[in-house]
Design a protein around this ligand. Structure first.
Ligand SMILES: *Cc1c(COP(=O)(O)O)cnc(C)c1O
Length: 441
């Protein structure tokens, strides 16, 4: 499989190249040349496969030019250490028995980004095996991405991670997750905003003196090695329900639309997906696009489901490539619904009262998208409606407490990290200070 840049379809590179470069030099995103179809044999027997076997079938067509089957299996073994079970909701008012929450938060940082983060780290480490100097990953984070990436790279030989985060502007849980990893991961607490952190990282990449001194990469969130592994939990969910249901509608809470794009890949690979719903909060650029056919990015607004506060979704270029820039084609596969802040709280309460399930605000936005879809579509008993629960409720404990009156319990692995001492270097927002720190260490 070759990968092309969404800004220039004639620019083709290998998987190894795309993973190490992240963003194409012309600013485009890497896309597979085509979406491979899986054999009906594989598609029909997902229910009898282990998660690792499924992952192999899903990823193999995308990576087989760049590594052996054995090497891919080894990467899967190291990266895929968490499950993604679908939890069936039991409705006390006994309307539907076919609504599920697909829990994507069983990884180390309690959100679905662990899947992409861990795989990207393993792929990058694999392609760097022959390198003779260490690689430093520089990431600016506003909270969640940094810890998922850092956890993924933790303990990998020949790779160091430097996370820059804005002092006082991430939640307590997020800060603990960023600053207690240790080992090859260092946290830098910048006296500035997230934009300052991002600007510092950009300056570092544009600095020839620093680049001559060592190898640096951004392990960018648009890296194709982060996108592809997000296909796996769609496979896992289908494997779980395919003996009982003919079809699935997936509801994906969306910000940069990476998770949704991965789901659409699996639809084109042949998974029995009837339709995809992209659930968004008040940042409603994509539902507006589906209505009007005009893409109008806006500055993001703050909401209780803040991991989706995105005003210009980075994967929109990939969606356009997938649908040949045609809004009509996109409408056939995707519907998108927006949810207000108030309804996000109402939904969390309703899910809890009706099903006894504690959803996080992102999952609640997903639930509301399904309700909106059901107003104009009759839900079928032969279809499973699977909402992606993208984060553990304890990760957004304040919001959940506000909705339900009680705070969700912290899972053990989060409790442990809350008790560890914070280790971070406090740095003024100045590039010269950052550079001298990086060159010394
Ligand atoms: C990142 C994130 C999302 C949005 O995912 P995209 O792939 O950017 O659309 C949704 N929920 C949570 C909890 C996230 O961390």
């Amino acid at each position: 499989m070759k990968y092309y840049s969404t800004n220039n379809p004639a620019h083709h590179v290998s998987f190894a190249h795309a993973v190490q470069e992240g963003l194409a030099p012309d600013g485009g995103l890497y896309m597979p040349e085509f979406i491979p179809k899986l054999s009906s044999n594989v598609l029909e027997s997902l229910h009898s496969m282990t998660f690792h076997e499924m992952a192999f079938h899903a990823l193999h067509p995308y990576t087989s030019d760049d590594m052996s089957d054995h090497e891919l299996r080894e990467i899967i073994k190291k990266a895929l250490v968490m499950d993604a079970p679908s939890i069936r909701l039991h409705d006390t008012q006994s309307q539907h028995k076919n609504i599920f929450f697909l829990e994507q938060f069983h990884g180390p940082t309690l959100a679905f980004k662990d899947f992409g983060g861990r795989f990207m780290a393993q792929f990058l480490a694999f392609f760097r095996q022959q390198a003779n100097k260490p690689l430093t990953i520089l990431v600016a984070t506003s909270g969640d991405t940094g810890s998922a990436v850092a956890q993924g790279f933790y303990g990998l030989e020949g790779i160091n991670v430097c996370i820059l985060y804005p002092s006082g502007k991430v939640s307590k849980v997020q800060e603990q997750q960023l600053t207690t990893i240790g080992g090859n991961v260092r946290a830098i607490e910048v006296q500035g905003t997230f934009d300052d952190c991002q600007a510092l990282v950009k300056q570092a990449f544009n600095d020839p003196i620093l680049r001559a001194h060592g190898d640096y990469t951004s392990a960018n969130s648009i890296n194709i090695a982060r996108l592809l592994p997000q296909m796996l939990y769609y496979f896992r969910a289908i494997g779980q329900v395919q003996q009982e249901f003919k079809n699935v509608v997936f509801i994906t809470p969306s910000g940069n639309f990476g998770n949704l794009t991965a789901g659409l890949f699996t639809k084109f690979m042949g998974l029995p997906i009837e339709h995809c719903l992209a659930a968004v909060n008040r940042n409603d650029i994509v539902p507006q696009y589906l209505l009007s056919g005009k893409y109008e990015p806006k500055p993001s607004v703050q909401t209780p489901s803040n991991a989706m506060d995105v005003g210009n979704p980075s994967n929109f270029a990939r969606l356009m490539a997938l649908f040949d820039n045609d809004v009509q084609t996109m409408r056939k596969h995707v519907s998108s619904y927006s949810t207000s802040d108030e309804d996000t709280f109402v939904m969390m309460k309703e899910i809890h009262e009706r099903y006894g399930y504690v959803a996080d605000p992102h999952g609640a936005v997903g639930f509301h998208a399904l309700q909106q879809y059901a107003q104009s579509h009759i839900l079928s008993d032969e279809t499973a409606y699977i909402i992606l629960e993208t984060a553990h409720p304890a990760k957004f404990g304040d919001v959940v407490e506000q909705a339900l009156g009680v705070a969700p319990e912290l899972p053990e692995r989060l409790k442990a990290c809350m008790e560890k001492p914070k280790q971070a270097l406090l740095l003024e927002s100045s590039y010269t200070t950052l550079r001298s720190y990086l060159m010394q260490s």
